[in-house]
Design a protein around this ligand. Structure first.
Ligand code: GLU
Length: 399
């Protein structure tokens, strides 16, 4: 028997990817599974971006690049920060990696020592705590609930700060709740963090997906002092429907970017060369598709949340951004299936819905909340309506 390392034994595989893979496998077996699990837009990557990638192949951009990304992409990222966020970065303050997830992984490896604590508000994206742990760090969870719109207050954060705390993660708009911090809320958390000498890790991957005339503000743009202690993580996956291309980036203090680049140079090397050229076009080319996809997500969000709230025993706050709903299923948890199986938490509930209703959703436990499920509305309205109809029927069969 070959035993994996202790640190790998301590983590679970990513539940978002696991459920998505299981739904795919059931579909391949001919089952009519509705997928509300995948955290990726269902739109095709825009044509101009695909063309840029084809051009890159034809022009021979198929070799190693600089570890931290080609100069053209760094320039496009710098232009994006200037134009969208009024933030000024130099090339040595930017690192391009193989997806936003990889940027976060590099950061943990480059920044954390064993025992260092990182403040993570729950509900959190499933991969933050495991990536902190893989680097020897300790995720310190700050629970939030509907009463604060699932947002961590500066006071709740301050209570968890110890002499071992090194960083706090902010993810606005949030995966899985869709919560969007106001500039005032961001400033309160960031000021408190900076005062204690913490690093602010701002995951801004859902920046472009904000609804109801909401306004995205990067925490790094709030003051020079905050910017100096903030690393912004972003990428092209969600805004440009480019999840498979794997291009994310980090922007922050040069010494930290240098350390992250060192980790990348000794692990993956550069992100895929062709994908980098596609990302240059995504950031520099026409932006019309971004707004069009956003508008479509906004319509789908309304359909999903209205239907969820119409179900007995289910309640869902209106997400302000991203493309997920994170409803509470208090009325279903504690019940039993007709054949007597207990629905004792979100894993049992999600399995029941996949087996009985053939609808794939992600159990809330992976996000830190066991009475919730995460449903993605990055799929057609027809799928949302059919999926929720099946969920309502299946919940109605619980006793
Ligand atoms: N961020 C997406 C999600 O939460 C992508 C999948 C993943 O890497 O977790 O579903």
């Amino acid at each position: 028997m070959i035993r994996p390392s202790d640190r790998v034994m301590e983590i679970e595989e990513s539940p978002t990817l696991a459920v998505t893979a299981r739904a795919k496998e059931m579909r391949a077996r001919g089952l009519d599974v509705i997928g509300l699990a995948a955290g990726e837009p269902d739109f095709d990557t825009p044509e101009n971006i695909k063309k840029a990638a084809q051009r890159a192949i034809e022009e021979g951009h198929t070799k190693y690049t600089a570890v931290g990304g080609i100069a053209e992409l760094k320039a496009a990222i710098i232009g994006k920060f200037k134009g969208d966020n009024s933030l000024t970065y130099a090339p040595d303050e930017i690192l391009v990696s193989s997806g936003g997830k990889h940027s976060f992984y590099n950061l943990c490896q480059a920044f954390l020592n064993p025992g260092d604590e990182v403040i993570v508000s729950a509900p959190y994206w499933v991969s933050y705590p495991p990536m902190v742990r893989l680097a020897g760090g300790v995720p310190v969870i700050v629970p939030t609930d509907e009463s604060t719109g699932f947002k961590m207050t500066a006071g709740a954060m301050a209570e968890r700060i110890t002499e071992k705390t090194r960083a706090v993660i902010i993810n606005s708009p949030s995966n899985p709740t869709g919560a969007l911090y106001t500039p005032g809320e961001l400033r309160a958390v960031a000021d408190a963090a900076v005062k204690k000498g913490l690093l602010v890790i701002s995951d801004e991957i859902y920046e472009k997906l904000v609804y109801d005339d909401g306004n995205f503000v990067s925490v790094a743009s709030l003051s020079g002092e905050i910017k100096e202690r903030t690393i912004v993580l972003n990428g092209v996956s969600k805004a440009y429907s480019m999840t498979g291309w794997r291009i994310g980036y980090g922007a922050g203090p040069a010494e930290l970017i240098k350390a992250m680049t060192k980790v990348q140079s000794q692990s993956t090397s550069n992100p895929a060369s062709v994908s980098q050229w596609a990302a240059v076009e995504a950031l520099n080319g026409p932006q019309g598709s971004v707004g069009a996809m956003r508008d479509e997500f906004e319509k789908r969000r309304s359909v999903m949340v209205k239907r969820l709230n119409a179900m007995e025993g289910v309640s869902c706050v209106m997400p302000e951004g991203a493309f997920y709903a994170f409803p509470e299923f208090g009325g279903a948890i504690g019940k039993k299936t007709i054949d007597g199986k207990a629905i004792d938490g979100s894993v049992a509930l999600a399995s029941y819905l996949l087996d009985e209703a053939e609808v794939a959703v992600v159990p809330g436990i992976g996000f830190g909340n066991d009475s919730h499920l995460r449903l993605s509305y990055a799929c057609s309205v027809d799928n949302i309506e059919e999926g929720l109809k099946r969920i309502a029927e299946a919940l109605g069969r619980l006793k």
